[in-house]
Design a protein. Structure first.
Length: 403
């Protein structure tokens, strides 16, 4: 009678009791496996001796009750020539070297099932779980990577500290402003050899608002922009008017000064109003090719316009009653009214509005192209000094009129 296939495998493992052909000493098999497991590494495959499976009632010269191990299989056996199989014992438990290996079903594999080596299994026969992998794989890997992480963190801290020191050093460095000290009251040399003037005081107030120290350097007018582009200074503050050409080449601040436009007339012929209708048929004198001449043509088309090579010539014609009014910047005309003997005949007729900025947008701080951060700081400080009255205090120190 032929045993079922599963029973033959069980008998081969020594799990079926009984003698006769095919009988396997179960205890001897267990001892053999235990010795091999204790002798080798925990996860090293253990070689099981060849097993003979015989069936009662068939002729088999080698199948004797004594042939329980290391015998060649009978050709009549349905599982003949069962060769060496591989058994993967479980991981050896720590602190218990005498623990028996797992010999339950599933530990012994046939050759056809061992094409690929299985992963080591735990004491229960299942694959190692997350705890085992975390302890034996992840933790050693993290321990090896920890020095690298510490080095990277230290390098990042050092880099941040150096960057902070560099930024602090840049903030502590004084701003260098270039100016030509030859245009009072804007910029000139003081009695002690220092640079003084309206622009110098205004820029000191701006630097106080942005919490930076200022340093002024004198340059001749022709050398101002080359020195700025060459890195000899951070900005120019020297009565530079705002123009489209300068906008294309430089970064300009908001206007910090815009000279008022003034009309001057004879005291006995002061106009009642400075409107195109009120000044119709009143002759106007202005500097040739100046924005003031353009303003007179634009806003007072009914008034005859006479132009002169210099402002002094226009003022003398007004004193001689050859023109009814002269137009120009308020500072120079007020200075003429105060100092010139012939100006006793004349007086201020009032300021002229210029909403379209025909006479110019005013003076601006000039910076290199792309200095947007510095421009934002200067513009913000300008608004502050105008709002808190500092600008008016500085202006009254140098001008006889309000700006």
């Amino acid at each position: 009678m032929t045993l079922p296939y599963a029973q033959e495998i069980q008998r081969a493992r020594g799990e079926l009791a009984g003698g006769g052909p095919g009988f396997v000493d179960r205890q001897a098999g267990n001892r053999s496996r235990r010795r091999a497991w204790l002798a080798g590494p925990p996860h090293q495959a253990m070689q099981v001796p060849d097993i003979v499976i015989s069936q009662p009632g068939r002729a088999d010269a080698s199948a004797t009750p004594e042939c329980t191990r290391s015998c060649k299989a009978s050709t009549a056996s349905p599982v003949a020539n069962v060769t060496t199989s591989w058994l993967y014992p479980p991981a050896r438990p720590r602190g218990n070297e005498n623990r028996k290996p797992d010999l339950r079903p599933g530990g012994l594999k046939l050759p056809s099932q061992t094409a690929q080596r299985a992963e080591p299994t735990g004491a229960s026969g299942r694959l190692h779980g997350p705890r085992w992998r975390a302890r034996h794989i992840l933790r050693p890997a993290l321990a090896q990577m920890l020095p690298a992480f510490v080095s990277l963190a230290f390098a990042a801290l050092v880099f941040a500290a150096l960057a902070g020191d560099a930024g602090k050093a840049a903030e502590d460095k004084p701003l260098i402003f270039l100016s030509e000290a030859a245009h009072p009251p804007y910029a000139y040399w003081g009695p002690k050899g220092e640079m003084a003037g309206f622009e110098i005081d205004l820029m000191n107030a701006i630097c106080a608002r942005i919490k930076r120290s200022c340093l002024f350097k004198h340059r001749e007018f022709e050398r101002l922009t080359p020195s700025l582009l060459g890195g000899k200074g951070d900005a120019i503050m020297s009565s530079f008017e705002i123009t489209d050409e300068r906008r294309d080449k430089f970064t300009l601040s908001d206007p910090y000064f815009r000279m008022p436009i003034l009309f001057v007339a004879r005291k006995d012929a002061l106009p009642n109003a400075l409107t195109p209708e009120a000044l119709a048929d009143h002759s106007i004198g202005a500097l040739r090719d100046s924005p003031y001449a353009s303003l007179a043509e634009e806003h007072f088309p009914k008034s005859p316009l006479s132009t002169y090579a210099t402002q002094i010539e226009a003022n003398l014609d007004l004193a001689a009653d050859r023109v009814d009014l002269v137009i120009g910047d308020e500072m120079s005309l007020r200075d003429w009214l105060k100092t010139a003997p012939e100006a006793s005949c004349c007086a201020s007729a009032g300021r002229v509005d210029d909403p379209t900025h025909i006479a110019g947008e005013g003076f601006a701080v000039v910076m290199r192209k792309g200095e947007d951060a510095l421009k934002a700081k200067i513009d913000g400080a300008l608004k502050e000094v105008r709002a808190d009255g500092t600008y008016a205090i500085i202006a009254r120190k140098y001008f006889d009129f309000d700006l």
